[in-house]
Design a binder for this molecule. Structure first.
Ligand code: GUN
Length: 305
């Protein structure tokens, strides 16, 4: 079998960001600077890292950004008031509430309070409905980024068997809908699927979004499939590092330095069976932020352009 193509998400993200920066310049010349507000509740380390990265990328592309950081104890009502304030401000084009929220907060109510035209995450029921009925709208960043990568790397979707493992509202469900809208034959598998390999072995495009390290093994993959790995799992145990990355000196060095390494939902041993795959890290992760920037500029163009 020929050597699989590595789908370099960082390179695709750079292409997208360069285009977004161009659009920002055009808008700024007309006196319109796109703006993003991010709400980060409490102090969850992983969320803080993601949000910092989102704000930093805004700065690089010339997008105005604002971070609101209420404490863990904030109430749903207080957050609703915050969202209403942002809805009313003309210079704010996108509103993002970093998830997950503390258990006492009513996440559904909050997501529904964001004005659909400022919903750069694509989580509002209006945008979910638009996606489902194939109308243009703001679409969830991670699955939209996967579609953008397939398109830019000339990997056809129409007529292909696509299998999505995972049915979350953030990735699995919108991913399935985007693939369906692009004329793939789509199967959604999840934790209750009986005989999962029976489905995955038929997949021309296999998207793993389950959050379990190395869950998709080589025997589950159709030779020549395109593997899209959405998982970001931190492993902190030397035996697991050796299992997933045998003889990988770079990973061992990272582990020695940081005490953990990141592995996706696909066992790296499965990559060799594929025709193309997204590595972890360096695959899908970078696309999410690039698409958030793209959605923010699009929201600005649609509402104020
Ligand atoms: N938490 C993990 N991924 C996401 C995302 O795409 N958007 C938001 N708002 N929170 C997240």
């Amino acid at each position: 079998m020929s050597t699989p193509m590595i789908l370099d998400g960082i390179a695709v993200a750079a292409e997208i960001k360069a285009e977004v920066a161009g659009k920002v310049n055009t808008l700024v010349e007309r006196g319109l600077r796109p703006g993003l507000a991010v709400i980060l509740v409490g102090s969850v380390a992983a969320s803080e890292i993601y949000v910092r990265s989102k704000v930093k990328t805004c700065g690089e592309l010339g997008i105005f950004s604002e971070m609101l950081t209420p404490p863990e104890s904030v109430t749903t009502e207080e957050l609703l008031a915050m969202v209403e304030g942002l809805n009313a401000r003309d210079e704010i084009d996108g509103i993002l509430i970093q998830l997950p929220l503390p258990a006492h907060v009513d996440t559904k109510r909050l997501l529904e309070a964001i004005a659909p035209e400022k919903d750069v995450d694509g989580f509002h029921p209006v945008n979910v409905g638009r996606l489902q009925s194939g109308q243009p709208g703001l679409q969830p960043c991670t699955p939209a980024g996967v579609m953008e990568m397939l398109k830019r790397r000339n990997l056809p979707v129409a007529g292909k068997n696509a299998v999505v493992i995972g049915r979350s509202d953030i990735v699995g469900k919108p991913m399935a809908m985007l693939l369906l809208n692009a004329s793939a034959t789509v199967t959604v598998c999840h934790s209750r699927t009986v005989d999962l390999p029976r489905y995955t072995r038929e997949a021309d495009i296999l998207v793993a979004a389950i959050g379990r390290p190395g869950f998709v093994t080589a025997d589950m993959v159709k030779p020549g499939a395109v593997l899209v790995d959405v998982g970001i799992n931190r492993i902190t145990n030397a035996a697991e590092v050796a299992k997933f990355f045998p003889g990988d000196a770079a990973r061992e060095a990272t582990f020695a330095k940081r005490g953990s390494v990141v592995v996706g939902d696909v066992d790296p041993a499965a990559f060799a069976v594929s025709s193309a795959y997204t590595p972890v890290p360096g695959g899908v992760g970078a696309l999410t932020i690039a698409m958030l920037m793209s959605n923010t500029v699009r929201a600005c163009e649609l509402r104020r352009g």
